[in-house]
Design a protein around this ligand. Structure first.
Ligand code: SF4
Ligand code: SF4
Length: 351
């Protein structure tokens, strides 16, 4: 076990409004401060010899001091990858090429692509966004930059698993990644929800695809686990997640999502607390969570949805996410979450 990477939630800003987005566009966007990034990079390098950084958001390329962030990564001798919707890829490319050290440390650009065709992707992520990603793919290929295509599976694109994998291989991606939709707890993703059996079928199809493609095919945390006591990357402390407010937070799927009561998934404010002390507190959160899972196992109270680790985790932390079928999180939280003010999107449910 080692802290192998640090993920910085750089900003809440984004030009898109994807149906499954977990951020709250009703809030004034925040940006992670450069001073906090520098502090955490220094501590992580010194304490853990961590070498890899992930830049996420929101859309990380919209961070007002992105150039300074890349310089800090170089100064602290980290390698980096970025998760992006591709809309500002040319600007990112410009920054990368301004300094060979930034380019040398860039390990991958992870492009969010939610369909194997324009219509499917744009229905979920907004008009024009498929073309943004394809343009970014072309530029990556032209400049020899490794890129990953990552899809959030849901009811509207689950039929395209195989087509997506083949497309990723054909375009020259270094990896295809399929993640499981985490419900927002609002009406925005009602049309994207799938029942447990459909998720397990999708998972089996991804596994079969991985067996036939030479391209690596991965599935981040979230999918069904036969063994209920599953220990994910964040709970092994292999990944430390810094949220947009500069706090050490259990993981990106929790960060910024309101919980009922105090935010029990937040370990400490890194602007005022050392990374080591914050990590010590995080271990307490992890231990408490794992003990709660063991208690539920002892009671025999786990249902099918509880075998989806992130789903159980969200429920444990009182997040407005799924608990059994569809959006079943705390009603009170949904009131002050995204659905309370945004325009209702009515889409036919695809099963
Ligand atoms: S691109 Fe990412 S951050 Fe932006 S709206 Fe879509 S899911 Fe949210
Ligand atoms: S939501 Fe919980 S179970 Fe899922 S990756 Fe995050 S910490 Fe792990």
């Amino acid at each position: 076990m080692a802290v192998t990477w640090i993920a910085f939630h750089l900003t809440d800003r984004c030009q898109l409004d994807c149906q499954h987005c977990l951020r709250d566009p009703g809030q004034k966007p925040k940006d992670l401060s450069l001073a906090t990034i520098r502090k955490v990079l220094g501590e992580a390098r010194r304490l853990y010899s961590t070498k890899q950084v992930a830049l996420t958001g929101g859309e990380p390329t919209l961070h007002p001091e992105l150039e300074g962030v890349l310089d800090a990564i170089v100064e602290h001798d980290f390698t980096w990858h970025v998760v992006t919707n591709g809309r500002r890829f040319e600007q990112l490319l410009g920054l990368v090429h301004d300094d060979p050290a930034r380019r040398a440390r860039l390990t991958a650009v992870n492009l969010s692509l939610d369909g194997a065709d324009e219509a499917t992707h744009d229905t979920i992520r907004g008009k024009g966004s498929f073309r943004d990603v394809m343009k970014a793919v072309t530029l990556c290929a032209a400049h020899g930059i490794p890129f990953v295509l990552q899809m959030v599976l849901n009811a509207r694109n689950v039929h395209q698993i195989e087509a997506f994998g083949l497309m990723a291989a054909e375009l020259g991606a270094t990896r295809a990644s399929f993640s499981m939709l985490q419900a927002t707890g609002t009406h925005h993703d009602e049309a994207l929800a799938l029942p447990p059996r459909a998720w397990q079928n999708a998972q089996h199809r991804v596994e079969r695809l991985a067996a036939v493609l030479t391209l690596p095919v991965t599935m981040p945390e979230g999918f069904y686990r036969e063994q209920p006591f599953h220990v994910c990357e964040p709970m092994k402390s292999e990944l430390l997640h810094v949220d947009v407010e500069g706090r050490l937070n259990l993981c990106c799927q929790h960060a910024g999502v309101p919980s009922e009561g105090p935010a029990r998934d937040v370990a400490a404010d890194l602007t005022t607390t050392s990374l080591l002390e914050a990590h010590r507190r995080l271990l307490g959160i992890i231990h408490e969570t794992q003990a709660a899972k063991l208690a539920a196992m002892a009671e025999g109270s786990l249902g099918t949805w509880d075998h989806f680790p992130c789903n159980w985790c969200m429920k444990h932390f009182d997040k407005p996410h799924w608990t059994d079928e569809g959006a079943r999180g705390p009603e009170a939280q949904r009131e002050r979450w995204r659905g309370a003010w945004a325009k209702k999107v009515v889409l036919p449910v695809v099963r």
